[in-house]
Write a protein that binds this ligand. Structure first.
Ligand SMILES: O=P(O)(O)OC[C@H](O)CO
Length: 411
């Protein structure tokens, strides 16, 4: 029997069409599962830790792990402001919490405080536009979906503004994983820091540089003049416009240096090969590597992309803990009782090589001890996933993970 002749071009395009169709079906199935999961979700329950404060160079750092505590503190900071408030948030919901922030910020501007706000247009497409209309004495920048003209063709102009930072009166700053919204106040487990001391100037400088470099007719802010060279707290910021992505390097260096333990808590864990390699190299030299991720996050596709790494990580000795009963949205790590980071960057391609991000890097034993305490409490709310359990998952699940692999670089 003679097989029908088919050109190579046609064969390739048919194979490609099949692959795309299977990927589309897999994503569609995940979407349906996700809708159902969200409908059946029970109220969040997770152990809470009161905010607590530790010393850092020339100031203090307070760790927040419960949204309502953080928002109350930030709102008090806004109400006490006398000179200037700068605030950037990736997501700003138009709900009760979002409105409380808006009201407090407008009131601050009414009493003469200079208020400069940034939110990301893409992240807030679902928020009604009128929510973002402010009186003219409040300076508001919408980080645009795409930058003018053909600018969007340049990858440097594509980064989202994923920062979550507020600085009041150049004296106190809040930075970390929390966006602004009522769901995050009570139902998500996240980590944010309030800091005082010389580090505040670096955080404010990050905001000022972004503000002054973004095209538009908004009033320029004065350069931050006094910054310290000598601190155990460093600010690392990704600036896509400058093709500047130090947070990935910060993680790689710290993981590479670890001699005892690496404890990571990450909402969306879709790292690149170098980070995976560094973690596996750490386990191979006897380092205790533990990772907390959500058992089920708010983005099912992210979960499935993340699952694609589990077999390799578990086989390489990384211990995996699945956070139960709530979405864990933190972006933190602590190493060897010495080094820690708290910030906005997820361990995924968008955060490490795409977005505006900001992370604190701290080499203070007190901060590491505090984050270890938080990690230990979080562990009490996790189930550990073993390699044997993971290997026993259905074939269909393994197949779906493989099908989704090419999407790793888009998250
Ligand atoms: O991008 P993140 O880390 O701030 O997370 C935002 C949530 O995924 C919103 O759906």
């Amino acid at each position: 029997m003679r097989l029908p002749r088919i050109s190579l071009r046609r064969l390739v395009s048919r194979v490609l069409a099949c692959v795309l169709a299977v990927q589309g079906l897999t994503l569609g199935a995940l979407f349906v599962i996700d809708l159902r999961r969200k409908r059946l979700r029970s109220p969040a329950r997770f152990p809470k830790l009161r905010p607590s404060t530790v010393p850092i160079d020339g100031g203090e750092l307070t760790v927040f792990t419960y949204g309502q505590d953080l928002y109350d503190d930030m709102l008090e900071g806004i109400r006490n402001a006398r000179k200037r408030i700068v605030l950037v948030t990736f997501i700003w919901k138009g709900d009760r919490t979002g409105r409380a922030f808006k009201k407090a910020l407008v009131e601050a501007a009414d009493r003469g405080v200079e208020v400069c706000l940034v939110y990301d247009e893409f992240a807030n497409l679902v928020v009604p536009r009128p929510f973002f209309s402010f009186p003219s004495h409040v300076n508001v920048l919408r980080h645009p979906l795409v930058w003018g003209g053909l600018g969007w063709l340049n990858p440097r102009n594509l980064g989202r503004n994923h920062n979550k930072l507020m600085v009041v009166d150049s004296e106190v700053a809040w930075v970390g994983g929390y966006n602004i919204g009522s769901l995050y106040a009570t139902d998500w487990r996240d980590t944010h820091a309030r800091v005082t001391g010389p580090v505040v100037a670096d955080l404010e400088d990050a905001f000022v540089d972004y503000w002054n470099e973004l095209p538009g007719r908004h009033p320029m802010l004065p350069e931050v003049a006094t910054r310290s060279w000598h601190s155990s707290v460093r600010v690392h910021r990704n600036i896509p416009r400058r093709a500047h992505y130090p947070i990935r390097g910060m993680y790689l260096e710290a993981i590479d240096k670890a001699t005892d333990h690496i404890w990571l808590t990450h909402a969306y864990f879709v790292p690149d090969d170098d980070i995976v390699r560094a973690l596996l190299a750490a386990t191979s030299r006897g380092v205790d590597v533990r990772l907390i991720v959500p058992a089920a996050s708010n983005h099912i596709t992210a979960d499935w992309l993340s699952r694609g790494y589990y077999a390799q990580l578990l086989a390489g000795g990384v211990r995996l803990f699945l956070y139960q009963g709530a979405m864990v949205h933190a972006k933190t790590a602590t190493i060897d009782g010495q080094w820690s980071t708290i910030g906005t960057a997820n361990l995924d391609a968008l955060s490490l090589a795409g977005n505006y991000e900001i992370n604190l890097e701290l080499t203070a034993a007190e901060v590491a001890a505090k984050l270890e305490e938080v990690f230990t409490i979080d562990l009490s709310n996790c189930t550990e996933l073993t390699l044997a359990e993971w290997r026993a998952r259905p074939m269909m699940v393994k197949f779906s993970e493989t099908v989704l692999r090419p999407y790793r670089r888009f998250l």
